[in-house]
Ligand binder design. Structure first.
Ligand code: SAH
Ligand code: SF4
Ligand code: F3S
Length: 473
Protein backbone atom coordinates (compact mmCIF):
# COMPACT_ATOMS: atom_id res chain seq x y z
CA UNK A 1 0.00 0.00 0.00
CA UNK A 2 1.25 3.51 -0.82
CA UNK A 3 1.65 6.10 1.94
CA UNK A 4 -1.59 8.03 2.43
CA UNK A 5 -2.27 11.62 3.46
CA UNK A 6 -3.23 11.76 7.14
CA UNK A 7 -7.03 11.99 7.20
CA UNK A 8 -8.69 15.22 8.31
CA UNK A 9 -12.31 14.10 8.40
CA UNK A 10 -13.86 10.83 9.50
CA UNK A 11 -17.10 8.88 9.63
CA UNK A 12 -17.82 5.93 11.92
CA UNK A 13 -20.57 3.58 10.72
CA UNK A 14 -21.76 1.23 13.45
CA UNK A 15 -23.77 -1.93 12.81
CA UNK A 16 -25.13 -4.54 15.22
CA UNK A 17 -25.90 -4.04 18.87
CA UNK A 18 -25.92 -1.01 21.17
CA UNK A 19 -22.46 -1.91 22.45
CA UNK A 20 -21.17 -1.20 18.97
CA UNK A 21 -22.97 2.15 19.03
CA UNK A 22 -21.19 2.93 22.31
CA UNK A 23 -17.81 1.81 20.90
CA UNK A 24 -18.45 3.88 17.76
CA UNK A 25 -19.01 6.99 19.88
CA UNK A 26 -15.81 6.39 21.78
CA UNK A 27 -13.85 5.86 18.54
CA UNK A 28 -15.22 9.21 17.37
CA UNK A 29 -14.00 10.83 20.59
CA UNK A 30 -10.52 9.29 20.08
CA UNK A 31 -10.38 10.70 16.56
CA UNK A 32 -11.63 14.11 17.76
CA UNK A 33 -8.81 14.13 20.31
CA UNK A 34 -6.39 13.59 17.41
CA UNK A 35 -7.70 16.68 15.68
CA UNK A 36 -9.91 14.98 13.10
CA UNK A 37 -13.44 16.27 12.57
CA UNK A 38 -16.58 14.33 11.66
CA UNK A 39 -17.48 14.60 7.96
CA UNK A 40 -20.61 16.62 7.33
CA UNK A 41 -23.76 14.85 6.14
CA UNK A 42 -23.41 13.93 2.48
CA UNK A 43 -19.70 14.80 2.41
CA UNK A 44 -17.06 12.13 1.65
CA UNK A 45 -14.88 11.40 4.68
CA UNK A 46 -11.08 10.92 4.48
CA UNK A 47 -11.31 8.04 6.96
CA UNK A 48 -14.22 5.60 7.19
CA UNK A 49 -14.46 3.25 10.15
CA UNK A 50 -16.79 0.32 9.54
CA UNK A 51 -17.74 -0.88 13.01
CA UNK A 52 -19.10 -4.31 12.14
CA UNK A 53 -21.33 -7.06 13.53
CA UNK A 54 -20.75 -10.81 13.13
CA UNK A 55 -23.91 -12.15 14.75
CA UNK A 56 -25.61 -13.40 11.57
CA UNK A 57 -24.23 -14.09 8.10
CA UNK A 58 -26.07 -11.20 6.44
CA UNK A 59 -24.63 -8.71 8.92
CA UNK A 60 -21.09 -10.04 8.46
CA UNK A 61 -21.18 -10.05 4.64
CA UNK A 62 -22.34 -6.44 4.57
CA UNK A 63 -18.84 -5.07 5.06
CA UNK A 64 -17.61 -6.37 1.72
CA UNK A 65 -20.36 -4.57 -0.17
CA UNK A 66 -19.68 -1.42 1.89
CA UNK A 67 -15.97 -1.55 1.07
CA UNK A 68 -16.86 -2.03 -2.61
CA UNK A 69 -19.11 1.03 -2.53
CA UNK A 70 -16.44 3.18 -0.86
CA UNK A 71 -13.71 2.31 -3.36
CA UNK A 72 -15.68 1.77 -6.60
CA UNK A 73 -13.98 3.49 -9.53
CA UNK A 74 -11.53 5.30 -7.23
CA UNK A 75 -7.72 5.24 -7.19
CA UNK A 76 -6.09 4.73 -3.78
CA UNK A 77 -5.34 8.47 -3.66
CA UNK A 78 -9.02 9.35 -4.10
CA UNK A 79 -10.58 6.58 -2.01
CA UNK A 80 -11.01 7.05 1.75
CA UNK A 81 -8.72 5.34 4.21
CA UNK A 82 -10.72 2.36 5.53
CA UNK A 83 -10.61 0.82 8.99
CA UNK A 84 -12.65 -2.27 9.82
CA UNK A 85 -13.54 -2.46 13.51
CA UNK A 86 -16.04 -4.47 15.56
CA UNK A 87 -16.86 -8.15 15.71
CA UNK A 88 -16.14 -9.08 12.07
CA UNK A 89 -12.70 -7.54 12.49
CA UNK A 90 -12.16 -9.75 15.55
CA UNK A 91 -13.44 -12.93 13.91
CA UNK A 92 -12.11 -12.57 10.37
CA UNK A 93 -9.31 -10.01 10.55
CA UNK A 94 -6.84 -11.93 8.40
CA UNK A 95 -9.46 -12.84 5.83
CA UNK A 96 -10.51 -9.19 5.50
CA UNK A 97 -6.90 -8.17 4.90
CA UNK A 98 -6.64 -10.82 2.16
CA UNK A 99 -10.04 -10.27 0.56
CA UNK A 100 -10.09 -6.46 0.71
CA UNK A 101 -6.75 -4.84 -0.24
CA UNK A 102 -8.32 -1.38 0.17
CA UNK A 103 -8.55 -1.88 3.95
CA UNK A 104 -5.72 -0.17 5.86
CA UNK A 105 -6.60 -1.20 9.41
CA UNK A 106 -8.37 -4.04 11.17
CA UNK A 107 -9.06 -3.41 14.84
CA UNK A 108 -11.00 -5.61 17.26
CA UNK A 109 -13.59 -4.44 19.81
CA UNK A 110 -11.12 -4.63 22.70
CA UNK A 111 -8.23 -2.91 20.89
CA UNK A 112 -9.70 0.24 19.37
CA UNK A 113 -7.99 2.51 21.88
CA UNK A 114 -4.92 1.90 19.69
CA UNK A 115 -6.63 3.36 16.62
CA UNK A 116 -4.51 6.58 16.68
CA UNK A 117 -1.20 4.64 16.47
CA UNK A 118 -2.64 2.54 13.69
CA UNK A 119 -3.55 5.72 11.80
CA UNK A 120 0.10 6.80 11.89
CA UNK A 121 1.16 3.46 10.47
CA UNK A 122 -1.51 3.60 7.78
CA UNK A 123 -0.33 7.05 6.73
CA UNK A 124 3.11 5.50 6.15
CA UNK A 125 1.52 2.86 3.94
CA UNK A 126 1.65 0.00 6.46
CA UNK A 127 -1.44 -2.15 6.87
CA UNK A 128 -2.10 -3.00 10.50
CA UNK A 129 -4.18 -5.55 12.39
CA UNK A 130 -4.83 -5.44 16.14
CA UNK A 131 -7.20 -7.99 17.61
CA UNK A 132 -5.77 -8.30 21.11
CA UNK A 133 -8.29 -8.59 23.93
CA UNK A 134 -7.14 -6.45 26.88
CA UNK A 135 -10.65 -5.12 27.63
CA UNK A 136 -9.88 -3.22 30.81
CA UNK A 137 -6.73 -1.69 29.28
CA UNK A 138 -8.95 -0.28 26.57
CA UNK A 139 -11.23 1.55 29.01
CA UNK A 140 -8.26 2.83 30.99
CA UNK A 141 -6.63 4.39 27.94
CA UNK A 142 -9.65 5.99 26.30
CA UNK A 143 -9.91 9.78 26.66
CA UNK A 144 -12.38 11.40 29.06
CA UNK A 145 -15.97 11.47 27.74
CA UNK A 146 -16.54 14.76 25.98
CA UNK A 147 -18.88 16.41 23.54
CA UNK A 148 -18.29 15.42 19.91
CA UNK A 149 -16.42 18.18 18.08
CA UNK A 150 -18.51 21.13 16.99
CA UNK A 151 -20.58 21.06 20.19
CA UNK A 152 -19.62 23.66 22.76
CA UNK A 153 -19.75 22.58 26.40
CA UNK A 154 -22.53 24.20 28.41
CA UNK A 155 -23.82 27.50 27.09
CA UNK A 156 -26.90 27.39 24.93
CA UNK A 157 -26.83 23.59 25.28
CA UNK A 158 -29.14 23.72 28.26
CA UNK A 159 -32.19 24.47 26.11
CA UNK A 160 -31.01 22.59 23.05
CA UNK A 161 -29.69 19.46 24.61
CA UNK A 162 -28.70 16.98 21.93
CA UNK A 163 -27.81 14.16 24.27
CA UNK A 164 -30.78 13.38 26.53
CA UNK A 165 -30.11 9.63 26.33
CA UNK A 166 -26.77 7.88 26.56
CA UNK A 167 -25.31 4.39 26.53
CA UNK A 168 -22.77 3.27 29.10
CA UNK A 169 -20.99 -0.06 28.66
CA UNK A 170 -20.55 -1.58 32.13
CA UNK A 171 -19.82 -5.18 31.26
CA UNK A 172 -18.36 -6.86 28.21
CA UNK A 173 -17.93 -10.34 26.90
CA UNK A 174 -19.70 -13.61 27.48
CA UNK A 175 -18.84 -16.93 29.14
CA UNK A 176 -22.11 -18.65 28.27
CA UNK A 177 -21.25 -20.24 24.92
CA UNK A 178 -24.72 -20.76 23.52
CA UNK A 179 -24.06 -23.19 20.68
CA UNK A 180 -25.23 -20.82 17.91
CA UNK A 181 -23.46 -17.65 19.04
CA UNK A 182 -20.21 -15.91 18.05
CA UNK A 183 -20.16 -13.34 20.85
CA UNK A 184 -17.93 -15.31 23.29
CA UNK A 185 -15.35 -15.51 20.48
CA UNK A 186 -15.62 -11.92 19.23
CA UNK A 187 -15.93 -10.14 22.58
CA UNK A 188 -13.98 -12.49 24.80
CA UNK A 189 -14.54 -13.46 28.44
CA UNK A 190 -16.91 -11.62 30.79
CA UNK A 191 -15.37 -8.58 32.44
CA UNK A 192 -16.95 -5.87 34.61
CA UNK A 193 -15.75 -2.28 34.62
CA UNK A 194 -15.00 -0.89 38.12
CA UNK A 195 -17.80 0.90 40.01
CA UNK A 196 -15.85 4.14 40.51
CA UNK A 197 -15.06 4.43 36.77
CA UNK A 198 -18.71 3.93 35.91
CA UNK A 199 -19.94 6.53 38.40
CA UNK A 200 -17.36 8.94 37.00
CA UNK A 201 -18.37 8.30 33.38
CA UNK A 202 -22.08 8.53 34.23
CA UNK A 203 -21.46 11.88 35.89
CA UNK A 204 -19.76 13.12 32.71
CA UNK A 205 -22.68 11.93 30.61
CA UNK A 206 -25.12 13.73 32.91
CA UNK A 207 -23.02 16.91 32.71
CA UNK A 208 -23.34 16.86 28.94
CA UNK A 209 -27.08 16.50 29.20
CA UNK A 210 -27.98 12.83 29.68
CA UNK A 211 -31.25 12.40 31.57
CA UNK A 212 -31.45 8.71 30.80
CA UNK A 213 -28.59 6.20 30.81
CA UNK A 214 -28.85 2.67 29.46
CA UNK A 215 -26.31 0.36 31.05
CA UNK A 216 -24.96 -2.04 28.45
CA UNK A 217 -23.39 -5.47 28.53
CA UNK A 218 -23.63 -8.72 26.56
CA UNK A 219 -24.71 -10.11 29.93
CA UNK A 220 -25.26 -6.90 31.78
CA UNK A 221 -26.70 -8.55 34.88
CA UNK A 222 -23.45 -10.52 35.31
CA UNK A 223 -21.86 -7.19 36.30
CA UNK A 224 -20.07 -7.44 39.66
CA UNK A 225 -17.89 -5.03 41.54
CA UNK A 226 -17.19 -3.30 44.84
CA UNK A 227 -18.84 -0.08 45.98
CA UNK A 228 -17.10 2.93 47.54
CA UNK A 229 -16.97 1.11 50.91
CA UNK A 230 -15.46 -2.01 49.36
CA UNK A 231 -18.66 -4.08 49.64
CA UNK A 232 -19.25 -6.58 46.86
CA UNK A 233 -22.22 -5.51 44.75
CA UNK A 234 -24.08 -6.67 41.66
CA UNK A 235 -25.94 -4.75 38.97
CA UNK A 236 -28.61 -3.78 41.51
CA UNK A 237 -25.93 -2.06 43.63
CA UNK A 238 -24.62 -0.24 40.60
CA UNK A 239 -28.13 0.92 39.69
CA UNK A 240 -28.76 2.13 43.24
CA UNK A 241 -25.42 3.98 43.17
CA UNK A 242 -26.17 5.71 39.86
CA UNK A 243 -29.71 6.59 40.96
CA UNK A 244 -28.11 8.99 43.45
CA UNK A 245 -27.02 11.34 40.62
CA UNK A 246 -29.70 14.02 41.00
CA UNK A 247 -29.99 15.05 37.35
CA UNK A 248 -30.14 11.50 36.08
CA UNK A 249 -33.86 10.75 35.79
CA UNK A 250 -34.02 7.34 34.17
CA UNK A 251 -31.94 4.16 34.21
CA UNK A 252 -32.31 1.19 31.89
CA UNK A 253 -30.13 -1.87 31.27
CA UNK A 254 -29.71 -4.40 28.51
CA UNK A 255 -29.17 -7.30 27.71
CA UNK A 256 -29.66 -9.56 30.66
CA UNK A 257 -29.47 -13.35 30.86
CA UNK A 258 -32.05 -15.38 32.84
CA UNK A 259 -29.32 -17.24 34.75
CA UNK A 260 -27.66 -14.09 36.07
CA UNK A 261 -30.83 -12.66 37.61
CA UNK A 262 -30.69 -12.03 41.34
CA UNK A 263 -33.43 -11.30 43.87
CA UNK A 264 -31.69 -7.98 44.46
CA UNK A 265 -32.22 -6.94 40.85
CA UNK A 266 -35.87 -7.95 40.98
CA UNK A 267 -36.26 -5.89 44.18
CA UNK A 268 -34.59 -2.96 42.50
CA UNK A 269 -37.51 -2.80 40.08
CA UNK A 270 -39.90 -2.47 43.00
CA UNK A 271 -37.84 0.05 44.95
CA UNK A 272 -35.81 2.28 42.63
CA UNK A 273 -38.10 4.87 41.08
CA UNK A 274 -35.55 5.83 38.42
CA UNK A 275 -35.23 2.27 37.13
CA UNK A 276 -37.66 2.06 34.22
CA UNK A 277 -40.34 -0.65 34.08
CA UNK A 278 -38.93 -2.43 31.05
CA UNK A 279 -37.06 -5.71 30.77
CA UNK A 280 -35.42 -7.18 27.70
CA UNK A 281 -34.86 -10.82 28.59
CA UNK A 282 -34.11 -13.11 25.63
CA UNK A 283 -35.34 -16.71 25.83
CA UNK A 284 -34.70 -17.85 22.21
CA UNK A 285 -37.12 -20.80 22.20
CA UNK A 286 -40.18 -22.16 23.98
CA UNK A 287 -38.97 -25.77 23.75
CA UNK A 288 -36.82 -27.23 26.52
CA UNK A 289 -35.20 -29.69 24.11
CA UNK A 290 -34.15 -26.86 21.82
CA UNK A 291 -32.98 -24.75 24.79
CA UNK A 292 -30.78 -27.65 25.86
CA UNK A 293 -29.33 -28.07 22.37
CA UNK A 294 -28.67 -24.31 22.38
CA UNK A 295 -26.84 -24.70 25.74
CA UNK A 296 -28.99 -21.96 27.22
CA UNK A 297 -28.84 -23.66 30.64
CA UNK A 298 -32.36 -22.60 31.60
CA UNK A 299 -35.81 -24.03 30.97
CA UNK A 300 -38.98 -22.32 29.80
CA UNK A 301 -40.49 -22.89 33.26
CA UNK A 302 -37.51 -21.18 34.92
CA UNK A 303 -37.83 -18.25 32.53
CA UNK A 304 -41.56 -17.90 33.19
CA UNK A 305 -41.00 -18.07 36.96
CA UNK A 306 -38.57 -15.19 36.68
CA UNK A 307 -41.06 -13.09 34.72
CA UNK A 308 -43.67 -13.83 37.37
CA UNK A 309 -41.34 -12.53 40.11
CA UNK A 310 -40.65 -9.49 38.01
CA UNK A 311 -44.35 -8.80 37.53
CA UNK A 312 -44.95 -9.23 41.24
CA UNK A 313 -42.24 -6.63 41.93
CA UNK A 314 -43.35 -4.21 39.23
CA UNK A 315 -46.85 -5.03 37.92
CA UNK A 316 -46.67 -2.62 34.99
CA UNK A 317 -43.34 -3.94 33.66
CA UNK A 318 -43.09 -4.12 29.85
CA UNK A 319 -41.41 -7.30 28.66
CA UNK A 320 -39.24 -7.88 25.63
CA UNK A 321 -37.32 -10.86 24.31
CA UNK A 322 -35.27 -12.39 21.50
CA UNK A 323 -36.18 -15.54 19.56
CA UNK A 324 -34.39 -17.74 17.07
CA UNK A 325 -36.49 -19.83 14.66
CA UNK A 326 -35.14 -22.82 12.75
CA UNK A 327 -32.38 -23.88 15.12
CA UNK A 328 -30.99 -27.24 13.81
CA UNK A 329 -33.47 -30.02 14.52
CA UNK A 330 -36.36 -27.71 15.51
CA UNK A 331 -39.59 -29.60 14.76
CA UNK A 332 -42.95 -28.04 13.98
CA UNK A 333 -44.15 -28.99 17.48
CA UNK A 334 -41.09 -27.38 19.06
CA UNK A 335 -41.64 -24.22 17.05
CA UNK A 336 -45.28 -24.20 18.19
CA UNK A 337 -44.03 -24.32 21.78
CA UNK A 338 -42.31 -20.99 21.04
CA UNK A 339 -45.61 -19.57 19.78
CA UNK A 340 -47.32 -20.76 22.98
CA UNK A 341 -44.66 -19.11 25.10
CA UNK A 342 -45.22 -15.84 23.25
CA UNK A 343 -48.97 -16.17 23.88
CA UNK A 344 -48.36 -16.84 27.55
CA UNK A 345 -45.99 -13.91 28.15
CA UNK A 346 -47.65 -11.18 26.09
CA UNK A 347 -44.54 -9.22 25.11
CA UNK A 348 -44.66 -5.45 24.73
CA UNK A 349 -41.99 -5.87 22.07
CA UNK A 350 -39.76 -8.70 20.84
CA UNK A 351 -37.11 -9.49 18.25
CA UNK A 352 -37.02 -12.65 16.18
CA UNK A 353 -34.37 -14.00 13.85
CA UNK A 354 -33.85 -16.88 11.48
CA UNK A 355 -31.08 -19.13 12.72
CA UNK A 356 -27.84 -18.34 10.89
CA UNK A 357 -25.03 -20.93 11.06
CA UNK A 358 -21.86 -19.17 12.19
CA UNK A 359 -18.39 -20.54 11.40
CA UNK A 360 -16.73 -22.25 14.34
CA UNK A 361 -19.85 -22.53 16.50
CA UNK A 362 -21.04 -26.03 17.55
CA UNK A 363 -24.55 -25.57 16.09
CA UNK A 364 -23.16 -24.94 12.60
CA UNK A 365 -21.93 -28.55 12.56
CA UNK A 366 -25.18 -30.06 13.89
CA UNK A 367 -27.32 -32.43 11.82
CA UNK A 368 -30.81 -31.58 10.65
CA UNK A 369 -30.24 -27.96 9.57
CA UNK A 370 -33.63 -26.44 8.72
CA UNK A 371 -34.54 -25.53 5.12
CA UNK A 372 -34.66 -21.77 4.40
CA UNK A 373 -38.31 -21.82 3.30
CA UNK A 374 -39.33 -23.50 6.57
CA UNK A 375 -37.46 -20.82 8.49
CA UNK A 376 -39.15 -18.06 6.45
CA UNK A 377 -42.56 -19.47 7.16
CA UNK A 378 -41.89 -19.89 10.89
CA UNK A 379 -40.46 -16.40 11.18
CA UNK A 380 -43.58 -14.93 9.59
CA UNK A 381 -45.88 -16.80 11.95
CA UNK A 382 -43.86 -15.76 14.99
CA UNK A 383 -43.64 -12.13 13.91
CA UNK A 384 -47.40 -11.99 13.35
CA UNK A 385 -47.96 -13.00 17.00
CA UNK A 386 -45.37 -10.57 18.28
CA UNK A 387 -46.90 -7.71 16.26
CA UNK A 388 -50.32 -8.59 17.55
CA UNK A 389 -49.08 -8.31 21.13
CA UNK A 390 -47.16 -5.11 20.50
CA UNK A 391 -50.30 -3.46 19.11
CA UNK A 392 -52.30 -4.77 22.07
CA UNK A 393 -49.73 -3.41 24.52
CA UNK A 394 -49.87 0.05 22.93
CA UNK A 395 -53.67 -0.05 22.78
CA UNK A 396 -53.82 -0.89 26.50
CA UNK A 397 -51.76 2.23 27.23
CA UNK A 398 -54.44 4.56 25.91
CA UNK A 399 -55.80 6.67 28.75
CA UNK A 400 -52.68 6.28 30.90
CA UNK A 401 -50.73 9.32 32.01
CA UNK A 402 -46.95 9.09 32.05
CA UNK A 403 -43.69 11.00 31.84
CA UNK A 404 -42.17 11.34 28.39
CA UNK A 405 -38.50 12.14 27.94
CA UNK A 406 -38.30 14.36 24.85
CA UNK A 407 -35.64 13.07 22.44
CA UNK A 408 -36.17 14.90 19.14
CA UNK A 409 -38.37 17.00 16.92
CA UNK A 410 -40.94 15.35 14.70
CA UNK A 411 -41.53 15.95 11.00
CA UNK A 412 -44.11 18.71 11.28
CA UNK A 413 -44.10 22.03 13.12
CA UNK A 414 -44.57 21.73 16.85
CA UNK A 415 -44.30 17.93 16.81
CA UNK A 416 -41.98 16.21 19.31
CA UNK A 417 -40.95 12.61 19.92
CA UNK A 418 -39.93 10.95 23.12
CA UNK A 419 -40.14 7.75 25.13
CA UNK A 420 -42.57 6.53 27.73
CA UNK A 421 -41.21 4.66 30.77
CA UNK A 422 -42.16 1.46 28.88
CA UNK A 423 -39.90 2.44 25.96
CA UNK A 424 -42.79 3.25 23.64
CA UNK A 425 -42.23 6.04 21.13
CA UNK A 426 -44.65 8.79 22.07
CA UNK A 427 -45.29 11.80 19.83
CA UNK A 428 -47.19 14.93 20.72
CA UNK A 429 -47.73 18.47 19.51
CA UNK A 430 -46.71 21.42 21.63
CA UNK A 431 -49.34 24.00 20.64
CA UNK A 432 -47.93 26.70 22.89
CA UNK A 433 -44.28 26.38 21.89
CA UNK A 434 -42.77 28.53 19.17
CA UNK A 435 -39.90 27.57 16.89
CA UNK A 436 -36.40 26.52 17.89
CA UNK A 437 -35.61 28.03 21.27
CA UNK A 438 -38.97 29.80 21.17
CA UNK A 439 -39.99 28.54 24.59
CA UNK A 440 -42.24 25.60 25.25
CA UNK A 441 -40.84 22.10 25.04
CA UNK A 442 -37.14 21.37 24.45
CA UNK A 443 -35.13 18.21 23.85
CA UNK A 444 -34.17 16.68 27.17
CA UNK A 445 -37.32 17.88 28.95
CA UNK A 446 -39.42 15.43 30.90
CA UNK A 447 -43.03 16.25 30.10
CA UNK A 448 -46.23 14.69 31.29
CA UNK A 449 -48.62 13.34 28.71
CA UNK A 450 -51.81 11.38 28.43
CA UNK A 451 -51.64 8.63 25.81
CA UNK A 452 -54.63 9.08 23.54
CA UNK A 453 -54.16 7.00 20.41
CA UNK A 454 -52.14 3.85 19.74
CA UNK A 455 -50.42 2.68 16.57
CA UNK A 456 -48.25 -0.40 16.00
CA UNK A 457 -44.95 1.44 16.49
CA UNK A 458 -45.90 4.58 18.35
CA UNK A 459 -48.45 6.23 20.56
CA UNK A 460 -49.90 9.73 20.30
CA UNK A 461 -49.86 11.71 23.50
CA UNK A 462 -51.36 14.98 24.65
CA UNK A 463 -49.45 17.27 26.96
CA UNK A 464 -51.01 17.71 30.36
CA UNK A 465 -51.22 21.26 31.60
CA UNK A 466 -49.49 22.27 34.80
CA UNK A 467 -51.75 22.00 37.79
CA UNK A 468 -53.93 19.22 36.42
CA UNK A 469 -54.10 16.51 39.05
CA UNK A 470 -52.78 13.24 37.70
CA UNK A 471 -51.50 9.93 38.92
CA UNK A 472 -48.70 8.26 37.04
CA UNK A 473 -48.81 4.40 36.67
N1 SAH B 1 -26.23 -11.56 25.02
C1 SAH B 1 -27.54 -11.47 24.60
C2 SAH B 1 -27.74 -11.18 23.12
C3 SAH B 1 -26.74 -11.61 22.13
S1 SAH B 1 -26.98 -11.43 20.43
C4 SAH B 1 -28.25 -12.73 25.03
O1 SAH B 1 -27.69 -13.74 25.29
O2 SAH B 1 -29.45 -12.70 25.08
C5 SAH B 1 -28.61 -10.88 20.18
C6 SAH B 1 -29.54 -11.91 19.66
O3 SAH B 1 -29.15 -12.37 18.38
C7 SAH B 1 -29.64 -13.15 20.49
O4 SAH B 1 -30.45 -12.99 21.61
C8 SAH B 1 -30.20 -14.15 19.51
O5 SAH B 1 -31.61 -14.12 19.51
C9 SAH B 1 -29.68 -13.65 18.17
N2 SAH B 1 -28.64 -14.53 17.61
C10 SAH B 1 -27.42 -14.80 18.13
N3 SAH B 1 -26.76 -15.67 17.34
C11 SAH B 1 -27.58 -15.96 16.31
C12 SAH B 1 -27.47 -16.82 15.17
N4 SAH B 1 -26.40 -17.56 14.95
N5 SAH B 1 -28.52 -16.86 14.30
C13 SAH B 1 -29.63 -16.13 14.52
N6 SAH B 1 -29.79 -15.31 15.58
C14 SAH B 1 -28.77 -15.23 16.47
FE1 SF4 C 1 -24.45 -15.24 22.77
FE2 SF4 C 1 -25.59 -16.82 24.56
FE3 SF4 C 1 -23.62 -15.19 25.28
FE4 SF4 C 1 -25.98 -14.19 24.64
S1 SF4 C 1 -25.54 -15.56 26.38
S2 SF4 C 1 -24.00 -13.44 23.98
S3 SF4 C 1 -26.64 -15.54 23.03
S4 SF4 C 1 -23.43 -16.93 23.92
FE1 F3S D 1 -22.90 -8.01 16.67
FE2 F3S D 1 -20.73 -8.06 18.10
FE3 F3S D 1 -22.89 -6.88 19.03
S1 F3S D 1 -21.48 -9.68 16.84
S2 F3S D 1 -24.53 -8.06 18.12
S3 F3S D 1 -21.74 -6.25 17.27
S4 F3S D 1 -21.42 -8.03 20.19
Amino acid sequence: MKPQDPPKTYRVKSFGCQMNVYDGERMGELLDARGLTPAADGEDADLVVLNTCHIREKAAEKIYSDIGRLTKGKTQAKAPMIAVAGCVAQAEGEEIMKRAPAVSMVVGPQAYHRLPEMLDRAAKGERATDTDMPAIAKFDSLPERRLPSGEGEGGAGARRNRFPTAFLTVQEGCDKFCTYCVVPYTRGAEISRPFADLVHEARRLVERGAREITLLGQNVNAWAGADAKGHTIGLDGLIRGLAKLPELLRIRYTTSHPNDFTEGLVRCHAEVEKLMPYLHLPVQSGSDRVLKAMNRQHTTAGYLRLLEQMRAARPDIALSGDFIVGFPGETEAEFEATLSLVDEVGYAQAYSFKYSPRPGTPAAAMDRQIAPEVMDERLQRLQARINRDQIAFNAASVGKVCDVLVERRGKFAGQWLGKSPWLQSVWFVDEAGGGLDGGGVAIGDMVRARMVEAGGNSVRGELIGAGEAVTVR
